[in-house]
Design a protein around this ligand. Structure first.
Ligand code: GDP
Length: 478
């Protein structure tokens, strides 16, 4: 009975009460003691087993060393808001297109490839076309890593800002090398030297100071030094990464972005990570499947075969997969459908389970009272930067004692977006909206992911409620 289990756990050094939930390790420990083989299976493990049952494996190249060929680096652009991430991505894309075919129109498909000449060699680079570390984090939350190199954009007139530090921490945590683009050097008040000094303090020491990080002064607006930035990316990849993949095997990779197109049905931009994807092949992408009807590149031109690191828009899927989900080529449609259906039913079950453990402020209070969670993560969104700052300042002033940590993991101006919800889901955070509304499918997604969004229009009301929850969360002292 329960009392005996509590007794047993106590003897194993775990202090729990009969009604408390225990963590996975404790559960496994208990199983061992009772001679049961208890294994807590993660969704990733479950999916690995599912693929294994079809003799498939996602994630590593097939074949021998000799089968591997060099592949282009995949780059994500990160940095503080307004420092020029979007402008830089646009500039890199259009400058390159102009070089190729004049007048070509590029479309935003979520990623694009450019080529550049380095030491007389034509080298390609793939850019993920969603700026910011939210996309990066969302992918990582799904256990996927698309990025090989991070370009950290810092505006030379503004210098290192909170999100600059956040972005570099994300890249460091993922073990991704950083190239710094010191942007807006066309501005008279720009101070690129200061940026170098500031980043040195965060461990990013410029090569010219004896460190190993490449800094390139650029202007996204005047399209200055973009070729130098591309070269720095290639050189950084060559110096610290061994980017190779087997182009001959069945293709595998990640979904970068997907949506439902009115005329074309589900459309997904995928990044091939290994193998070569061809029109006509059967693929399964997350819970979606289908035969590749057509592939299009960022110029809207059709592609017959996509090799490693190549992003392409795929038509022919039955449903819209999620960003960060993997795709894999399988033998035939039947196998693709079977895998997709299994995943679909698992996702549904997981969603229902998640609904039951919604992360609401009340839940935090309840779990705090039980002594479980000690950390409240918040994402703040406001109509103007002043209100976000005021909110954050007041939150910082709440006296919560030593036992509870209040962390603002992200903040920003504007509507609550799907990326905000994604980050909240990945980090168990609650979203506070001040005078803002959700945008697009943010509400729907929050419901699905069990993320609480609380709306306020008066600052003290927001503070009062969060403070109450935090106070309620404090463990009773004896
Ligand atoms: P993001 O929030 O980091 O994506 O920043 P944006 O790309 O939207 O740029 C923010 C603002 O800075 C916009 O008004 C851009 O036109 C401007 N901007 C971006 N790059 C440059 C640059 O190199 N020079 C100047 N003068 N302005 C720039």
């Amino acid at each position: 009975d329960a009392a005996a289990l509590v007794q047993m756990l106590f003897s194993l050094g775990e202090m729990v009460t009969a009604t408390e939930s225990v963590n996975d390790e404790t559960f496994e420990l208990l199983g061992e003691e009772l001679n049961y083989n208890v294994q807590v299976v993660s969704p990733e493990d479950e999916d690995r087993e599912l693929l294994e049952s079809f003799d498939l494996e996602f994630g590593s190249d097939e074949g021998a060393e000799a089968d591997l060929a060099a592949r282009p680096p995949v780059v994500t652009v990160m940095g503080h808001v307004d420092h020029g991430k979007t402008k830089l991505l646009d500039a890199l894309r259009s400058a390159n297109v102009a070089g190729k075919e004049a007048g070509g129109i590029t479309q935003h498909i979520g990623a694009y490839q450019v080529s550049t000449d380095v030491d007389g060699e034509d080298r390609r680079i793939t850019f993920i076309d969603t700026p910011g570390h939210e996309a990066f984090t969302a992918m990582r939350a799904r256990g996927a890593q698309a990025t090989d190199i991070a370009v950290l954009v810092v505006a030379a007139d503004d210098g290192v800002m909170p999100q600059t530090v956040e972005a570099l921490n994300h890249a460091k945590a993922a073990g991704v090398p950083i190239v710094v683009a010191v942007n807006k050097i066309d501005k008279p008040d720009s101070d690129p030297t200061k940026v170098r000094g500031q980043l040195t303090e965060y461990g990013l020491v410029p090569e010219e100071y004896g460190g190993d990080t490449m800094f390139v002064d650029v202007s996204a607006k005047s399209e200055l030094n973009l070729d130098k930035l591309l070269e720095a990316i290639v050189l950084t990849a060559d110096a610290s990464l061994d980017l190779r993949a087997n182009p001959e095997q069945d293709a595998q990779g990640l979904v970068v972005e997907a949506h439902l197109d009115r005329g074309r049905g589900p459309v997904a931009t995928i990044l091939v990570q290994r193998g070569t994807l061809r029109v006509g092949e059967s693929i399964v992408a997350g819970p979606a499947y289908g035969r590749v009807r057509a592939m299009l590149d960022e110029h809207g031109e059709s592609v017959e075969a996509a090799d490693p690191s190549r992003p392409v828009m795929v038509l022919g899927l039955t449903a819209v997969p999620g960003a960060g989900q993997n795709f894999i080529v399988v033998a035939d449609d039947r196998m693709a459908r079977q895998i997709a259906e299994k995943r679909e039913s698992r996702e549904r079950a997981a969603m229902q389970a998640k609904r039951r453990v919604r992360r609401t402020l009340e839940d935090f209070m309840a779990s705090m009272e039980k002594g479980e969670s000690q950390e409240l993560n918040l994402i703040l969104k406001g109509d103007v930067s002043g209100s976000v700052e005021a909110l954050e300042d007041s939150l910082a002033k709440i006296d919560v004692g030593d036992e509870v940590t209040l962390r603002v993991i992200d903040r920003g101006v504007g509507a609550i977006t799907e990326t905000n919800v994604d980050l909240a889901a990945a980090s168990d955070a609650i979203i506070i909206g001040f005078n803002v509304r959700p945008q697009g499918k943010a509400t729907e997604m929050a419901d699905k992911e069990g993320v609480e969004i609380r709306y306020y229009s008066v600052i003290y009301q927001a503070i009062e409620e969060i403070e109450a929850a935090l106070k309620g969360m404090l463990k009773p002292e004896y």
